[in-house]
Design a protein around this ligand. Structure first.
Ligand SMILES: [Zn+2]
Length: 391
């Protein structure tokens, strides 16, 4: 972020120079043009065969000198501009290091199998984005075999989402209806929200669609029990169809933000249903990398300056903790309150019968003659009663 701001400052400098130069040049040019036009008018006013006077000759000479000066001034200023522009390039080089070799683990991406996995992830990303042609081309060039049944869900998702973006609800409503049972089992409100939007768009058509809206309200029946308040509001809004919903207490129903929301709800619920992650794994990877790279490069530099390069030797482990933000936290981490270590597969969290949780290593250390005493509330138990916890 700092790097972007530093470059932006240079760009702003160039832009302001550009603007002031443009203003100056335009002014100089228009002054010159008007003085030349003055002379021209004067020359035109005398009869053709008259010779020009000495005063006019001097005036002409003065003006041509002025023009020459102005032209050379403009070209000098233009050259100055070049140096400012090249400063932007230098700022980009300075602020965005291009040498990442210090933090790259070359082994991580080596081998045919890994290259295939990377191609698959890229391909999946293109399919998600609906870029079918590019995905097909990549499959062809990298000899990937992704069969039609794998492609189909992505294409369908994209087609429906595209419809929603163009405010066409029909494909999404059809999809939600087909998958109603599965959607309900994951507590999805998608289908109700789609019908709600359809109803609102009928309301917007005005009094002539009142009957249509009323009939459409039948679609709320399966959801009336779980969304009674929303259904009441929607039915109440029908009373204002004559005067226009936008002039009624129900104007909030027309908020366009609902169309963005429905796209998010659809993507989230449909991905959950198909067992896909909401975001493309490739973009998650790239974003995580972009966040992690600057601190890693910094720490590498510090290590080199202090000549302690051996500290970060295990490259599948990071030398510092990188916080990717709350939206990139996928699972809870348990740290043992006794040993102050993060739990892992070989040292999982263990729940004592009193409800307190410590790590298995701590439990083993505390166990004495087949008895364990909770370090918090001294309840005694046998290690066999302790249960492993999985998050
Ligand atoms: Zn306890």
């Amino acid at each position: 972020m700092d790097a972007c701001q530093a470059v932006e400052r240079e760009v702003d400098k160039v832009l302001s120079k550009f603007n002031s130069l443009e203003q100056q040049t335009t002014k100089t040019l228009s002054d010159l043009i008007s003085s030349i036009q003055g002379i021209q008018a004067e020359l035109d006013s005398v009869p053709e065969d008259t010779e020009i006077s000495t005063a006019q000759t001097i005036l002409l000479a003065q003006n041509s000198r002025k023009i020459k000066d102005a032209v050379s001034k403009v070209s000098t200023e233009h050259k100055d501009l070049h140096s400012s522009v090249s400063k932007v390039g230098k700022a980009v080089d300075r602020n965005f290091p291009s040498d990442f070799s210090a933090v790259i683990n070359e082994e991580a991406l080596k081998g045919e199998q890994k290259a295939k996995l990377i191609n698959e992830v890229i391909c999946e990303h293109f399919l998600r984005q609906g870029m079918l042609d590019i995905a097909e081309e990549l499959m062809h060039e990298s000899h990937l075999n992704i069969d039609e049944s794998q492609k189909e869900p992505f294409l369908e998702l994209h087609r429906i989402l595209d419809g929603l973006k163009h405010r066409n609800l029909e494909p999404a409503i059809g999809w939600a209806h087909t998958n109603r049972a599965a959607l309900q089992s994951q507590n999805s409100s998608l289908e109700f929200k789609l019908h709600r939007l359809k109803f609102i768009s009928l309301l917007l058509e005005g009094p002539e669609s009142q009957q249509k809206a009323l009939l459409y309200a039948k679609n709320f029946a399966p959801f009336a029990y779980s969304n009674p308040r929303d259904v009441q509001i929607l039915m109440g809004s029908l009373l204002f169809i004559r005067q226009g919903i936008q002039n009624s207490p129900y104007a909030f129903l027309l908020d366009p933000v609902q169309w963005d929301e429905i796209c998010d709800v659809f993507t989230r619920d449909a991905c959950a249903l198909l067992g896909l992650s909401v975001e493309s794994p490739l973009s998650v990877g790239v974003q995580a990398g972009c966040t992690a790279l600057p601190p890693l490069l910094n720490i590498k530099q510090v290590m080199q300056q202090r000549q302690c390069t051996g500290v970060w030797s295990a490259k599948d482990e990071l030398p510092v903790e990188i916080d990717l933000g709350p939206e990139r936290r996928y699972h809870s981490i348990f740290a043992c309150p006794i040993l102050r270590q993060q739990s892992n597969d070989s040292n999982p969290p263990s729940r004592l019968i009193c409800g307190h949780v410590i790590s298995r290593d701590a439990l083993n250390k505390l166990a004495n003659a087949n008895k364990v005493k909770c370090p918090y509330c001294p309840v005694e138990m046998s290690p066999g009663d302790v249960k492993e916890i999985r998050f």
